[in-house]
Design a protein around this ligand. Structure first.
Ligand SMILES: [Zn+2]
Length: 353
């Protein structure tokens, strides 16, 4: 893997990740861009104790551009995009319309391939492995920024999820605080550790799931299952079998096996609702331990956290979406119409032959 870092015309950082070590990335951004003005503010809700990023500058962002104006395709001739070069393997750059910026963190875009019409599921194992390298490297780099406490790599896929660019890409949010979901998990880990005299909650959950009927896919180093209390109609959690706090902790064996397992999971997701349905909209979310101090979580250390990926779709049946309505949006109580055991069965039925 070769990494080349450069700057766009407005000063934003862009990094090429190339499969070939002899790749040369010398193209410069020829667009007349003004320096970006980003004003993002984190406001804390006093009752819920969570944080909201107020980012008013985002209203002018690119919205469903035609394919020949895609800002994530490589530049070619007079058509200048966010990527100055005429080709790339994987590229990461600072978002032009970030929800988090400056002291409030950082937002990056990860282009998985230069092929506009591809999807993550259609990548080769080599390409998917390169994306994993990029996620890992960005986690490391962003963790060193003074304003960053937690790094979140994710992909929103499909217009139904609100994706405004069709080009296969994901995002990385680097937050200046520990996110509420991670804090909830860490609190559960702390309580379990104290009540059991030191047992790790993630290990206990994994052991229970491995012995149960909701395992969807298992490799030598990874296991994927529909959790006992799945919130979403089709939801899969993917764990490395050896607990590590973040992507940096994965060993070579787990890294090598990851593309095969993850690509198979995504391909199954596209088959859940049958051949005639449009591709399944999904969210794929990496959960990693925060890099900040953990003293508010009694007795918990970073190594107690278990890196994992949560993959779910908001489609519940052919042509119908699961909306976060009154109970979910108003009270955080999810109502799931698809029993997790049935969801797991379906995800095994649609395995690649
Ligand atoms: Zn494109």
């Amino acid at each position: 893997m070769k990494k080349t870092s450069t700057r766009l015309a407005d000063g934003r950082e862009l990094i090429y990740y190339d499969l070939r070590d002899d790749s040369v990335r010398g193209a410069t951004d020829r667009r007349p861009l003004d320096r970006t003005v980003t004003t993002s503010e984190i406001r804390r809700d006093p009752l819920l104790g969570d944080s909201v990023a107020i980012a008013s500058h985002r209203q002018g962002r690119t919205y469903h551009p035609p394919a020949d104006e895609c800002p994530l395709c490589p530049s070619g001739g007079d058509r200048l995009s966010e990527i100055p070069d005429s080709s790339y393997d994987v590229v990461v750059f600072e978002n032009r319309f970030p929800s988090l910026a400056g002291d409030s963190g950082r937002c990056e875009v990860v282009c998985f391939t230069s092929d506009h019409n591809a999807s993550f599921a259609s990548l080769t194992e080599e390409q998917a492995g390169l994306v994993l390298e990029a996620w890992t490297d960005r986690t490391s780099e962003l963790s060193h920024l003074p304003s960053v406490e937690q790094v979140f790599c994710f992909e929103n896929r499909g217009a139904e999820i609100g994706v405004t660019l069709q080009h296969p890409h994901g995002q990385i949010y680097a937050y200046p605080f520990t996110t509420p979901r991670t804090a909830l998990m860490l609190r559960s880990v702390a309580t379990h550790k104290e009540m059991t005299g030191g047992e790790n909650l993630f290990d206990a959950v994994l052991e229970r799931e491995l012995a149960d009927e909701r395992v969807v896919l298992e490799g030598e180093h990874w296991v994927a299952f529909v959790p006992f209390a799945a919130h979403w109609p089709y939801e899969v959690h993917l764990y490395p079998k050896r607990r590590v706090p973040d992507l940096l902790g994965l060993d070579e064996e787990a890294r090598t096996e990851f593309p095969k397992i993850y690509l198979e999971l995504l391909r199954r997701f596209d088959r859940i609702f049958g051949e005639n349905e449009p591709p399944t909209p999904y969210i794929a979310a990496w959960h990693q331990a925060p890099f900040g101090a953990l003293e508010e979580f009694d007795g918990v250390v970073r190594e107690d956290f278990a890196l994992h990926l949560e993959l779910f779709t908001i489609r519940r049946t052919s042509g119908k979406l699961k909306f976060l309505a009154g109970s979910e949006s108003g009270m955080n109580v999810f109502i799931n119409d698809v029993p997790p055991e049935r969801a797991a069965e379906r995800l095994r039925e649609v395995a690649s032959s």
